[in-house]
Ligand binder design. Structure first.
Ligand code: FAD
Length: 519
């Protein structure tokens, strides 16, 4: 799976249901989070665990969330759906990365791909060779040494695990898909595995008067749904964890200031790009997510710096095709809950936090939360040390993603609006400052093995945001101009030759996973 760190979810393990067992799980909410939880829990627990999902069609789902990162591919393995079948059901396309336009300066353009960049030279990371080349006057775009970036530039896609015996890794990729179709497919899979769906609006949550544990949720019809473990997937409402159990929200608006989005779909256009585009505007940025037959678009912005009308005008005048839906405004507060698991309730999805969609990390957080829940699946004793571990790991994951997102906003030279002046000068976490200092001096980078984003991801974004180290690694200094020049040419040519042989993204889709007629 390219250079992204995998998330342990499946295996053949079945949750043990002996002794002080949890016999019923109630999932509240039927968006991507709820149905993903139901599908994966029913897969690992077999029929030993009763699962009931409550959702309200009247309330509906958030209806966005269409770009992913490579870990999404584990879903296909876990649910035993071939990738081509999965994509054909959900209007899916391939994504090799995100193109960032106008971020460090207006007119800039770079791509953060999921794969590796270049090839190590002895003890030196590739970027050290690239830095040495710059020092020697060889100025080549780092994207020329990224398989994903070259494929993206030519709108090509193929499954390539590795490039012959060159030591170069293959193409890292994720998916774009229709969020509504994904929830529908996950529901179908869950129901086939015995998950019970209950339609209804929850009007109350009943707690045990002594333990404070959730006993049941009560619907407007008066019916009660009881369970041992509750999974809160109720979206921004956070009905259980937030409202009923009173777990506070940690607000990150001072570091991630966007608080609004306007979403609209438009007709598809050719060529079919194999990547998401994120174009910065004066108070935020615009996403462009190409599906097989349409494009998802949205303008993420801060309404402290721009009105909804202005944001909508900017969005509508920057669409590549004719709009096919009415624009929709969504509000959010960036941040996370103080706990993600409290008493007998685990929250997933928007119910536990949202850091904005810049690096498409929310669905991944759902997936990794489910993986962690499966790893730490409780008995009816709900052991504190396990719950603490769940919370500790989830906090770490949120915080490390937060730092990566902040980098995009803070590392800018833009001074053309109050929004960018704020982002450029805002206080950032010490953890991020340390990474930036270390990188800025000699291009050093270290990451904790539990961090989501890889070395290659950080390096592409540092360079794309124009943070170029002041000097290179001491050992790179021994490289002469001809050596460096030859090495770079060799790496670029091995990658480009492979890209030249690959089919166009559209042709690959048409051949392997064209959308099936919808029922
Ligand atoms: C603007 C924006 C863009 C995004 N883009 C991306 C992206 O590109 N990639 C990505 O990974 N993520 C993205 N996300 C996040 C992604 O959309 C969510 O993580 C994902 O859709 C999961 O949402 P959810 O299931 O938690 O919530 P929802 O989809 O809101 O589902 C909540 C569910 O709870 C139910 N519910 C609520 N209240 C009640 C009640 N009282 N009674 C009964 N049922 C109730 C609702 O009916 C619904 O079924 C984006 C989010 C936003 C806001």
């Amino acid at each position: 799976m390219a250079t992204f760190k995998g998330v342990r979810i499946f295996g053949k393990a079945v949750i043990s249901m002996q002794g002080k067992q949890i016999s019923k799980v109630v999932v509240v909410g039927g968006g991507t989070a709820g149905w993903m939880a139901a599908a994966l829990l029913s897969r690992v627990a077999g029929h030993g665990l009763e699962i009931e999902l409550v959702e309200s069609e009247e309330i509906g789902t958030v209806g966005v969330g269409e770009a992913t990162i490579p870990q999404i591919r584990f879903i296909c393995d876990a649910l035993q759906i071939p990738e081509a079948e999965f994509l054909s059901r959900i209007n899916g396309t391939y994504k090799v990365g995100i193109e960032f336009v106008n971020w460090a300066r207006i007119g800039d353009r770079y791509i953060h791909t999921f794969g590796d960049v270049g090839r190590r030279l002895g003890v030196l990371d590739f970027h050290q060779v690239w830095l040495r080349a710059r020092e020697l006057g060889i100025d080549r775009d780092i994207a020329e040494f990224s398989f994903g970036a070259l494929a993206a530039r030519d709108n090509k896609f193929d499954h390539v695990d590795q490039i012959g015996n060159t030591g170069l890794l293959g193409l890292g990729y994720a998916f774009h898909f229709d969020a509504t179709l994904v929830a529908k497919l996950l529901r179908e899979i869950s129901e086939a595995r015995g998950v019970k769906r209950t339609e209804g609006k929850i009007r109350d949550v009943h707690l045990d008067s002594e333990s404070g544990f959730i006993e049941s949720v009560e619907l407007e019809s008066g019916d009660k749904v009881a369970g041992d473990l509750f999974v809160d997937c109720s979206g921004f409402r956070s009905l259980l964890l937030g409202d009923a159990l009173g777990v506070d929200y940690i607000d990150w608006s001072d570091m991630l200031p966007a608080n609004s989005a306007i979403a609209v779909q438009c007709e598809g256009v050719d060529p079919l790009l194999p990547y998401t585009r994120a174009t910065a505007h004066s108070a935020g940025w615009q996403w462009r997510i190409p599906l097989q037959n349409r494009i998802g678009n949205g303008h993420v912005f801060s309404n402290q710096y721009m009105s909804d009308d202005e944001a909508q005008n900017i969005l509508m005048s920057n669409l590549d095709g004719k709009p096919v839906t009415e624009p929709r405004v969504l509000r959010f507060t960036t941040g996370k809950r103080e706990k993600f698991w409290h008493k007998n309730c685990v929250g997933l999805g928007l119910a536990i936090g949202f850091m904005e969609p810049l690096e498409s990390t929310s669905i991944h957080l759902v997936q990794s939360g489910i993986g962690r829940l499966i790893d730490l699946f409780p008995t009816s004793e709900f052991t504190a040390v396990d719950i603490d571990e769940y919370n500790r790991r989830t906090h770490f994951e949120f915080d490390s993603i937060r730092d990566f997102l902040i980098l995009h906003y803070n590392a800018t030279e833009r001074d053309d609006s109050d929004f960018w002046n704020y982002c450029r000068t805002m206080k950032i976490p010490d953890t991020l400052q340390h990474k930036m200092d270390l990188w800025g001096a000699h291009g050093r980078f270290y990451r904790n093995e539990d961090e989501l984003f890889t070395h290659a991801s950080w390096i592409q974004v540092f360079i794309g945001q124009r943070i170029i180290p002041g000097d290179c690694h001491g050992i790179a200094k021994v490289l002469g101009k001809d050596d460096v020049d030859d090495y770079l040419k060799q790496v670029n040519s091995m990658l480009q030759q492979t890209v030249d042989k690959m089919p166009a993204h559209r042709d690959f889709i048409d051949k392997t996973c064209a959308m099936r007629a919808m029922d």
